[in-house]
Design a protein around this ligand. Sequence first.
Ligand code: AMP
Ligand code: TRP
Length: 328
Amino acid sequence: MNRDARILSGIQPTGKLHLGNYLGALKNWVALQDEFPHACYYCIVDLHAITAPYDPKELKTNVFDTALDFLAAGLDPDKAAIFIQSQVSEHSELAWLLNTITPIGMLERMTQYKDKKKKHVDHINAGLLNYPVLMAADILLYKATMVPVGDDQVQHLELTREIARKFNHSFGDVFPEPEPRLTRGARIMSLLAPDNKMSKSDTEKSYITLDEDPERIKNKLKKAVTDAGTSGELGPGAKNLLTIMEVVDPDAADRFAKDATEGQIRYSDLKMHLADKLGEYFAPFRERRRELAARPDTVWELLLDGTQQARRIASATFKEAKEKMGFI
Ligand code: AMP
Ligand code: TRP
């Protein structure tokens, strides 16, 4: 085991988390806090969230909802620091410094930027372009060596490595180059448009939140897009359902996959079985989340404590970087 491992990751507070967030990120985070206790930093990235149109009245609730999801999913404040990005001002400050060594061309080539530019035609702000620089600051401030994310973030991580190299080369060694850590089944697709990833910005019927009521899970899965099921080959929608099934009932996933190769898969059975198993799998989650929601003061205190832990590391690294750059 690498003794010097340091893990950092972040999720935007855009409301309740969905299955894609859990299987692509959060589940991995929980495993890592046990593998590397006291070396994990998990951040609610509210400064990233404001690069897309948002309602200021909802920001705080969304941060709280994300914290509830973190804790209910098993993140343990005794093992990992859970904190709010905007509360540690060094994130914005380091991002500014890193902006000055990041070529614009590289930012313009980021797939997520190009997608968002198309989606929010009336809201293409400089923050959207500089988003990956802030993400690099999030990671580098903690000298993270490992960053658990879904595969859509790998390109941003490559850029982070590039920025770290450039900084070290220009000003002297400060930042280690972080590695991505991907989860299996990392990319969960939309239930209604399975060529796209499951996303909070789509219609509610296309994703399942972690605290989704079992009846609603059933209704959403019923309407999930699949193919005819007779060709012996699985379409993207069916593949996605099997990927999810592998987590909640691996034996059933094997059985249905076998049926599929024989051209005998019945998608209505698959969907109903998956709905039951998902409902069961997340039952303890729903219960924990309800309990925590009833104790908001405790949740805010845990976040404050995490923020204080994060600040200690962030301020030391920031001081080091600033000095190397020649500031007083
Ligand atoms: P976001 O909500 O976009 O901030 O994403 C938070 C984390 O969840 C990131 O690590 C993403 O890579 C991951 N993620 C988001 N959507 C999906 C998805 N559909 N499948 C897998 N991972 C996802
Ligand atoms: N950009 C990430 C996403 O959309 C969120 C994020 C912000 C992040 N800062 C980070 C992820 C630092 C990992 C590390 O999913």
